[in-house]
Write a protein that binds this ligand. Sequence first.
Ligand code: DAH
Length: 347
Amino acid sequence: MADLQALREEAESAIASAGSAAELEELRVRYLGRKAELTQTLRGIGELAPEERGPVGKAANAVRVALEAQLTQRTQELEASELDSRLAADRIDVTLPGDPPSPAGHLHIVSQTRREMEDIFIGLGFNVVEGPEVEFDHYNFTTLNIPPNHPARALQDTFYLSPDVVLRTHTSPMQTRSMEVKAPPIYIVVPGRVYRRDSDASHTPMFHQLEGLAVDESITLADLRGVLLEFARAMFGPEREVRLRSGYFPFTEPSVEVDISCFNCGGSGWIGSQRDSLCKGSGWIEILGSGMVDPNVYGFVSEMGYDPEKVSGFAFGMGIDRIAMLKYGIPDLRLMFENDLRFLEQF
Ligand code: DAH
């Protein structure tokens, strides 16, 4: 019995001071394994005197149970702390650059151009807003003075999602949407995707536009001209001029189409003795449609204070992709959306 007690104390202090799960496993074999003293004792109980068998067996068994429990507990503790230190040592900082660092790439040419355009208009006091690409017929057409069954609806090859829901064919629906929630004055530009059933070198079913709207007291066509001249010069160089030609849009009156002087030939139409192919020798390049907001459009937002007797404004809309094509000399719009790196990396 004294031996058992001594064995128990020795084993307990060894287990308590073990420093690893492997060491504990060694101790388990040493004190509880097949060849361990305790195991031998338990096996040899039958050889003891009959009156000793009970007490010795009981005591030996108690030591075994106690050591097993202590081993299990210590093993769990050690495994947990080994896991903790392994996690701490193996920690990877996923925010570090790769090795070697992989190239980060850059924004798509359309995004670059959109941001450059936004910056110019922000500098002129406009706010940037965005609107839904899935749009009600009501905003895409009706509030832009294009009533149901009006032939102007046929001018745009529209994707219909249901009889009164479309993929917006232009960013103009944000004119009314914005005025519905903001009383005058309002100065906004609206960049975004638009959709039309159209596909060739200068048309894709999805493309990008940037709409502009300015409504305030006593805004005139001269303000429109000034803003667009500023834009043309910031985008295409300080020598640019703009030219307004009369046009037609249902939601502006009067409507104008705006050209900028050609930056390729300087506006002469000639490069040396050759006609400039960019402006087809005219010296001018059409960049957008615009005009003074039609009073009928204000009629849809009159409760917000858009009274055509008190306020006036201009609107314009241009293709972001088209501006990028002009600026970088890109011959085919479809290149923009094929995502061929050999093309994209050039910009
Ligand atoms: N929404 C027209 C289109 O996509 C472009 C446009 C013309 C926008 C005149 C305007 C505008 O705001 O005043 O063809």
